[in-house]
Structures are given as C-alpha cells and as structure tokens.
Design a protein around this ligand. Structure first.
Ligand code: ADP
Length: 403
C-alpha cells in the first residue's frame, strides 16, 4: 500500500493547529487545535471527520507542559479514531514554517542542514521560527522514520524582483542583517491566486491577480502570471495593511519619536505596534463582526477605524494595479475577506476607473465556494476565494514525497 496520509502541523509559541488529510481524495480525516501549551490549563479540541464519531468535537482541558506533551495527546486522539500516527498509511508530516529567508522557494524535506538554516533565521522571525522548530523536533521524535517537510510562508514571494524586495536603505547594512521584503501568507497567496485563475477558466500563467488576504493578520500581493511580483508584508508581518492588532505601514520615524519623546523601550514599541495597534488600537475591537455591529449602532470610533482600514486597502489595490499594469482579478480571502461583504463593497467603491465594481446581490451571497461578485460588465473580475492553507501544505508535501 502506498501511504497517502499527510499530517499538517502549524505550531505557534503556545499552540498547535493540525489536520490529518488523505491525499487519495484530498479529504480531511481529523482537525484540531491545542492552545495554551505551558499554561496552567491547556485545551485540546479534536474533531474526527470520518467514522461513527465524524463531526463530534472532543475537548480536553488539562495541562500540557510543552509541545511534546501536546503532540502526544494529539497522537492519542488520532489513535482513538483508528487513524493513529503509527499507521503505515502516513506518508509525511508537513510543517508550516513562517520564515524561510531567500534559500527556500519550495517545500523542503527537513535535514540537519535545513534545520540549521531555519534556526539561522530566528533573528528575523523571533516570534515564529522558534515555535516552528519546536514543532518539527517534537514530530521528529514521534516518527523519526518519516519525512518531515517544511512549507515556508515566504516561499511564494521569493520570485519578487529585487527592486520590489529591497528597501531603500544602505545596501551594506541591509545585506549584513538580511533586511529586505520577504512577505508572508505565501501559501495562501499561492493557493488563492491559482484558484482565482481556475474560476476564470484560465491557467495561472494567463492571468494577473491582486490577492487580498484579510484575516486577523492581513496582506496583499500582486501576482503576475502565477508569480508573486510584490507583497505588502516585509521583513516581518508588521508592514502593509491595517490588521486586527498590527499597525501596518507607518513612518519609521514614529519609532524614534516614541523612544525619544514618549520614553518607550524597544520592546514596548514592538508590543504597541504588533499587539495594540491596527483595528484594536483604533477602536478597541479587532473582530470585523463587532466593528460592523458598532457602526450600525452609530459608533463613530468604530466607523473611523473601518474607514482607515478601507483607505489602506484601496491604496494597495491602486498600487498593485499600477505594478501589474493589467489586472484580471482582485480576490478576497481569509476571515474578513471571505465573510465581510461590507469590507469588499467599500474596498472597491469608487474604483470604476480601474475597471472594478461589485454587484450588491452577488456580494451578499454566503458560500464556501470560490465565486465572482463583480457585475458582468466589469473589466476586472472581483472574486471571493476561500483559502485553505492546510490543504495547500498537504498538497505540496504529498507532491514532494510521492515523486
Ligand atoms: P487568522 O489571521 O487568525 O488566521 P482568520 O483568517 O481566521 O484569521 O480571520 C479572523 C477574522 O475574520 C476575525 O478576527 C474577524 O474579524 C473576521 N471574521 C470572521 N468571520 C466573520 C464574519 N462572519 N463577518 C465578518 N468578519 C468575520
């Protein structure tokens, strides 16, 4: 029997999201999430998606001291469903790794050298790569015989031309510290741009797409003929769009000002810009549903936060229209992009000169399927394309190990 199952792990500093998929028919066998690893009470929510318990979520609240304990508990849950990790059907474990630097432009089987490079990138991804490394080591200990494959969030963006990736700062300083635009959410941008081409009945090579990944983190990318040519996140996921808790673009001098005038430390500024800014900083809420509810109730602060969010989005749509020259589609994805019709409507409003328009009826349809929301006459298609990073990671991993 050829093994066809892939376990996908997305390890954060205190969490692990996982999915077990069977790539024969690209179905999900189980999904789950462990949170608050290392805290007094951790939580494991596990849902089998086949067999007699399909769809029945099981929640455990107990302490998992570290990722190793958490993954052991996940393995036990999978065993209880008859799909344990000791199965000969498991082909590989795929890991989402946030920062792959410039070296990794494709999914990569993790060797000692690959691991050393992921570790070398910790200074440019201090929040993310250490957690990914822990996840990999834990999975290696669990199944040392299996291929462990890294799929990098930065990989899709390695095709950006040098003039889009470089910041206009002293070249020697930039190179010494590997400072440049790397971009993130690459797995999603790759998947959604490809799916958008499919929706238009074209190959990825035939179309230019602007992808707007609007989740709690948010990023835009310009994709020309299937290759990323620009993206809004930079050295870290802080740059670009207004996000749930991150500021996105600002004058870098704001940082010196906060240091010199407000007396804030580097760590305090880091926390301010990453955790206390964006929508939450502007109005106290980062959930778009709540913000819309407040706007409907006449809340001016929420309305201004929404306007700032939309203004930034428009600027990126305009910028990437110019970067691409010709745009075939704008695709909205992730939590906000897939669900918040008012965001889609407002982001495109007034951009008729760029060939963009949204049909109100189509925009209000709720669906899990990729769909067009632009009127037939519009020159540029506007699409809602649900992202599926886990499926994309599993597909890339399976393609690599089944060759
Ligand atoms: P993450 O970046 O954490 O993966 P998601 O892509 O899951 O984020 O997006 C989460 C965000 O999506 C929430 O913070 C919320 O603002 C937004 N969201 C989710 N569902 C809806 C909805 N039905 N309407 C409007 N916004 C939504």
């Amino acid at each position: 029997m050829t093994p066809t199952r892939i376990l996908v792990l997305n390890s954060g500093s205190s969490s692990v999201k996982y999915q077990l998929l069977d790539m024969r028919d690209r179905t999900r066998l189980a999904v789950g999430l462990v949170e608050k690893i290392g805290e007094d009470t951790s939580a494991l929510a596990h849902t089998p998606l086949l067999g007699e318990n399909a769809g029945r979520k099981r929640v455990q609240e107990t302490r998992f001291a570290d990722h190793a304990e958490a993954l052991k508990a996940v393995a036990e849950e999978l065993t209880a469903d008859g799909i344990g990790l000791d199965s000969p059907e498991l082909a590989a474990i795929g890991h989402r790794v946030v920062h792959g630097g410039l070296k990794f432009s494709a999914p990569t089987v993790i060797t000692d050298e690959v691991m050393a490079e992921i570790e070398r990138l910790v200074p440019v991804a201090p929040l993310h790569n250490p957690a990914n490394i822990t996840g990999i080591k834990t999975a290696q200990a669990l199944r040392p015989d299996l291929p462990q494959v890294a799929v990098f969030d930065t990989a899709f963006h390695t095709t950006m031309p040098e003039y889009a990736a470089r910041y206009a700062i002293d070249v020697e300083t930039a190179d010494a510290h590997r400072i440049r635009r790397y971009g993130f959410h690459g797995t999603s941008h790759a998947y959604v741009s490809r799916k958008t081409a499919e929706l238009l009945g074209k190959t990825p090579e035939e179309v230019n797409v602007i992808v707007l990944h609007l989740g709690n983190g948010a990023s835009a990318s310009a994709v020309a003929g299937g290759r990323c040519v620009d993206t809004s996140m930079g050295l870290t996921p802080l740059e670009g769009l207004v996000m749930g808790t991150r500021s996105g673009d600002l004058d870098p001098a704001v940082i010196f000002h906060l240091e010199r005038v407000a007396g804030m430390s580097t760590d305090e500024i880091d926390t301010l810009l990453n955790k206390k800014s964006g929508l939450v900083g502007l109005c106290g809420d980062n959930d778009m549903r709540e913000i819309r509810r407040r706007i409907d109730a006449g809340d001016k602060q929420a309305a201004l936060a929404f306007e700032i969010y939309i203004h930034r989005l428009k600027k990126y749509i305009g910028a990437y229209s110019a970067v691409l020259g010709k745009v075939d589609a704008v695709a909205f994805t992730a939590g906000v992009g897939e669900n918040a019709a008012p965001v889609r409507e407002a982001a495109v409003a007034g951009l008729e000169e760029l060939g963009l328009a949204v049909d109100a009826d189509l925009n209000s349809v709720r669906s899990d399927e990729p769909r067009l929301i632009s009127p037939e006459y519009a020159r540029v298609a506007v699409a809602v394309v649900p992202t599926d990073e886990e499926l994309e990671i599993a597909t890339q991993v399976y393609d690599l190990v089944s060759k």
